[in-house]
Design a protein around this ligand. Structure first.
Ligand SMILES: NC(=O)C1=CN([C@@H]2O[C@H](COP(=O)(O)OP(=O)(O)OC[C@H]3O[C@@H](n4cnc5c(N)ncnc54)[C@H](OP(=O)(O)O)[C@@H]3O)[C@@H](O)[C@H]2O)C=CC1
Ligand SMILES: Nc1nc(=O)c2c([nH]1)NC[C@@H]1CN(c3ccc(C(=O)N[C@@H](CCC(=O)O)C(=O)O)cc3)C=[N+]21
Length: 298
């Protein structure tokens, strides 16, 4: 058997088209475009690639993109000052501070400074709390994108056994909350989990968000399970090549023979993350301007 490929790239394109159409309607009603500000501190090349890609896609969706680049040596006061300025700027609906930050900057403090209603990443504790108690807020883009792919593939998730590998605040934990909200039976595994292969083998849904290249093996997967691979890992370059291959946290070549469906890397969860970011920004714009957005439109 060979698993069905879950085409995150195509799904993300469809979502961006919907966002684009609704962004045009928003601009006509509000008299301005929805706006996303992205803040990048330092010169990490991978982060620069993501930020450029976000900016391009924001503009392609008919929204305004504001990029702010600070040197790696920027002080905490510089960064917090910029965030305060963006909080007060009426043309900015969403604020994203690209993580990770250089070591001398306190990530928690930076996130806490973002106005919760502009926190389109869903990282502020107010939004984490809203998600935990089931109130409307902003949900982190990567887990929300994973949930959209799962519901598209499986429909009702109620009663399914889901195993999330990883418990970070930005992926694993919010992913578990979302699956619980869908009435899955959720297990969160991490580096201290005993018998990880045995735990994963029970799962109808596996979400791998670990950061370990190709760690999840074929003999961990129940026949027919749906496997979502969040991992983005760059392997060391082959001799003669300047860049290594991009792989996920799942051994794709092996697991695809056992799983019912699987997301590839690249072309799976990554493109969904950016499409959901644009979606969250448009939702923020409607809320900030008091313009109604049809329930379930996005
Ligand atoms: N596609 C996308 O859009 C995105 C992709 N990513 C990718 O997803 C991956 C995870 O990201 P993130 O959540 O930020 O990573 P973190 O490093 O913050 O968290 C990793 C988690 O994996 C757990 N873990 C580490 N090693 C093992 C192991 N051997 N067995 C079981 N669990 C283990 C850790 O456990 P413990 O808590 O015990 O240390 C931790 O909970 C990365 O590859 C990242 O690049 C991230 C964000 C967006
Ligand atoms: N505040 C903040 N919010 C984030 O959402 C955030 C962040 N910081 N820091 C870094 C991680 C990582 N991340 C990705 C986004 C898109 C792809 C993506 O589109 N990947 C392509 C491949 C891109 C390539 O070729 O390198 C794919 O998987 O097909 C990957 C990873 C968002 N993150």
């Amino acid at each position: 058997m060979s698993a069905e490929l879950i085409d995150g790239k195509a799904f993300a394109e469809g979502l961006r088209e919907k966002v684009g159409a609704l962004a045009a309607t928003f601009a006509a009603k509000a008299g301005r475009k929805a706006g996303l500000a992205v803040v990048l501190v330092g010169e990490d090349p991978a982060s620069q690639v993501y930020v450029r890609s976000k900016g391009k896609q924001t503009v392609a969706c008919g929204m305004a993109s504001f990029e702010h680049k600070l040197p790696a040596t920027a002080s905490e006061a510089d960064l917090l000052g910029l965030i305060e300025q963006l909080n007060a700027d009426r043309s900015v609906d969403g604020i994203l501070v690209q993580l990770p930050l250089p070591d001398h900057l306190d990530e928690q403090k930076v996130i806490a400074t973002i106005a919760p209603d502009k926190d389109v990443d869903g990282f502020h504790i107010i939004n984490a709390g809203r998600l935990a108690v089931g109130q409307e807020g902003f949900v982190p883009c990567t887990p929300l994108g994973c949930l959209m792919l799962l519901k598209d593939r499986l429909g009702d998730l109620s009663g399914l056994d889901a195993v999330v590998i990883g418990r970070s605040n930005i992926v694993g934990k919010p992913m578990a909350q979302l699956l619980l909200q869908e009435s899955c039976t959720v297990t969160v595994a991490h580096s201290r989990t005993k018998d990880l292969p045995g735990v994963v083998r029970r799962a109808d849904i596996v979400v791998a968000a670990v950061g370990r290249p190709e760690m999840v093996k074929a003999d961990w997967i129940k026949l027919g399970a749906t496997v979502i691979d969040v991992g983005i890992n760059r392997l060391p370059p082959e001799p003669g090549a300047d860049k290594g291959r991009l792989v996920g946290d799942v051994d794709f070549a092996g697991v695809r023979d056992v799983a019912g469906a699987i997301t590839p890397v690249p072309g799976g969860v990554g493109p969904m993350t950016i499409a959901v970011l644009l979606r969250n920004t448009l939702v923020a714009a409607h809320r900030n301007e008091g313009v109604a957005l049809a329930a379930g439109a996005l």
